[in-house]
Design a protein around this ligand. Structure first.
Ligand SMILES: NC(=O)c1ccc[n+]([C@@H]2O[C@H](COP(=O)([O-])OP(=O)(O)OC[C@H]3O[C@@H](n4cnc5c(N)ncnc54)[C@H](O)[C@@H]3O)[C@@H](O)[C@H]2O)c1
Ligand SMILES: [Zn+2]
Length: 351
């Protein structure tokens, strides 16, 4: 698959065997994390630089250390950087590649499902600041992206379902056939359909980002379905306990329900979204003790807010969605309360 960007075009190539990856990019400097280093010992032979696993490594300190490390190794403007890891390594190594000597070639080898279907496509790279996530970054098109679904064999199961949440998002916002397929036959661990599903999702994301590379036309914002509520949940929980995919799974159910209450989304959609999440081991209700007003406060401060109200990517029906740019926050809050109330009723034991 070929992706066009303003920095040139690049290929996303599917690779059957991990051995073939090992041969890739001979003269490159590889960046990975300690978990992957433990699973793939050949990374030692590639003199890979490993950062600590987890979001904490997407910080200025690690970014600085990597830049200094490249200089110490004598990297030149032509030395490619390979990001071998999940979204954390991809975002971090990509920002390093965008910054070192004002930009060196960058190759992505995403190893988590989330990185394969989402973070490795679209050119956004960056790190977190104390003030918030992804606040420093760049658009850096890779030279190529290599996708090897075999790498998922070592991915922890919870991380697999985390990535599936983004897959389900593509089905809901733009692919009714995929929705049908996954509703009738939910994906299992080791499912033979996974490589095809990854390819389909990459094609969807590529289609959107090619039409709105720098997030200026609003089209790319449709990918935020489930993320306005989801980000508020993550922030409210201090980015602890729940993974991103888990928060957006609940966010998708909540936003389907908000859409239904406000009359944007076809009646009966929420229950379909909820069943799809549940059949892929994802949560469908807010964490206990979470305060809706606090969530609303976070949503209003979110960068997705416009002068005239909240900007929400809402489903119109299964497989289609539309960016609604000025939704009244009071009506959203009311809809959230109604949804929570209704889901509590669902939870009560039946007589
Ligand atoms: N740039 C973008 O457009 C974009 C889009 C979405 C998310 N992101 C970013 O991506 C990050 C999340 O990515 P993630 O979910 O991949 O998290 P991650 O990179 O932290 O990986 C999750 C965990 O799985 C482990 N892991 C990854 N692949 C493995 C494998 N094959 N075998 C064994 N263990 C493996 C990692 O070591 C880590 O512990 C966040 O920082 C988020 O901001 C960026
Ligand atoms: Zn996401």
């Amino acid at each position: 698959m070929n992706i066009r960007t303003s920095q040139g075009s690049y290929d996303i190539t599917f690779v059957d065997s991990i051995n073939a990856l090992n041969q890739a990019a001979e003269n490159a400097i590889w960046i990975t994390d300690d978990n992957l280093m433990a699973h793939y010992p050949w990374l030692v032979d590639r003199h890979a630089i490993a950062v600590e696993p987890g979001e904490g490594s997407k910080d200025l300190r690690t970014f600085g250390e990597l830049l200094e490390g490249l200089a110490m190794r004598g990297a030149t403007r032509k030395t490619p950087i390979v990001a071998f890891g999940g979204g954390v390594v991809g975002d971090l190594a990509g920002f390093v590649a965008a910054s070192y000597m004002r930009g060196v070639p960058f190759i992505q080898i995403p190893t988590s499902l989330l990185a394969m279907v989402d973070s490795s496509v679209g050119g956004k790279v960056g790190i977190d600041l104390k003030a918030g996530k992804n606040l420093a970054g760049a658009f850096k098109a890779p030279q190529e992206v290599l996708i090897c679904p075999d790498l998922l064999k070592t991915l922890p199961e919870r991380e697999f379902w985390n990535g599936m949440a983004e897959v389900l998002k593509y089905a809901l916002i733009m692919d009714a056939d995929l929705f049908e397929n996954l509703t009738n036959h939910p994906i299992q661990i080791g499912d033979k359909r996974v490589p095809d599903v990854i390819q389909t999702c990459i094609a969807h994301k590529a289609k959107v980002v090619q039409q709105d590379e720098f997030e200026t036309t609003g089209l790319r914002a449709i990918l935020n379905f489930g993320h306005t509520v989801g980000h508020a949940i993550e922030a409210e929980m201090g980015y602890q306990e729940w993974l991103h995919g888990e928060a957006i799974a609940v966010g998708m159910v909540a936003e389907a329900s908000i859409g239904e209450t406000l009359g944007f989304t076809k009646a009966g959609t929420t229950i379909q979204v909820q069943n799809l999440m549940a059949s892929h081991n994802l949560p469908t209700q807010l964490p206990k003790n979470i305060d809706i007003e606090a969530l609303m406060h976070r949503m209003s401060r979110d960068k997705k807010r416009t002068e005239s109200g909240l900007a929400l990517s809402l489903l119109t029906d299964i497989g289609t969605c539309k960016l609604q740019s000025s939704v009244d926050p009071e009506r959203v809050q009311q809809a959230m309360y109604e949804w929570v109330e209704a889901s509590r009723v669902d939870e009560r034991p039946r007589d």
